[in-house]
Design a protein. Structure first.
Length: 129
């Protein structure tokens, strides 16, 4: 695994950023833009993924970081559930849905892998040096 010096180096964070960008693009147009509640909840959930990864990293402790990564992974699930609502309500196209779900699944896999790595790691975090 490459050395991570900043949260911006984390592949899961990069994927979450990409996911958030697309969610903002998709929710700015079409029928979903008019459903303010769903639009805003989708945006908040996607931002939460990025924010939890960053906050957990900045706390500089392995255990706390894992906790925040788990919350980020939960937010991926929220994004996916909300996307199903949008699809079922006819607020997004199947093409947009599958494009975003694919990114969300990839973010989830990256988070799961990173969680497994940290759980097995002997390192406790830089604040414990």
């Amino acid at each position: 695994m490459a050395k991570i010096e900043r949260f911006e180096d984390i592949e899961a964070w990069k994927k979450a950023r990409e996911l958030t960008k697309i969610i903002y693009e998709v929710t700015s147009q079409g029928k979903i833009a008019a459903d303010f509640s769903l639009r805003d909840q989708l945006r908040r959930a996607s931002v939460s993924i990025m924010a939890n990864i960053a906050e957990g990293f900045e706390r500089e402790g392995n255990k706390e970081f894992r906790q925040f990564l788990a919350m980020a992974k939960g937010s991926v699930g929220e994004v996916k559930a909300l996307l199903y609502v949008a699809l079922d309500a006819g607020l997004t196209s199947s093409e947009q849905f599958y494009r975003i779900i694919s990114l969300a699944d990839e973010a989830s896999r990256l988070l799961a892998g990173f969680l497994r790595y940290l759980k097995a790691s002997e390192k406790k975090g830089s604040k414990f040096k």
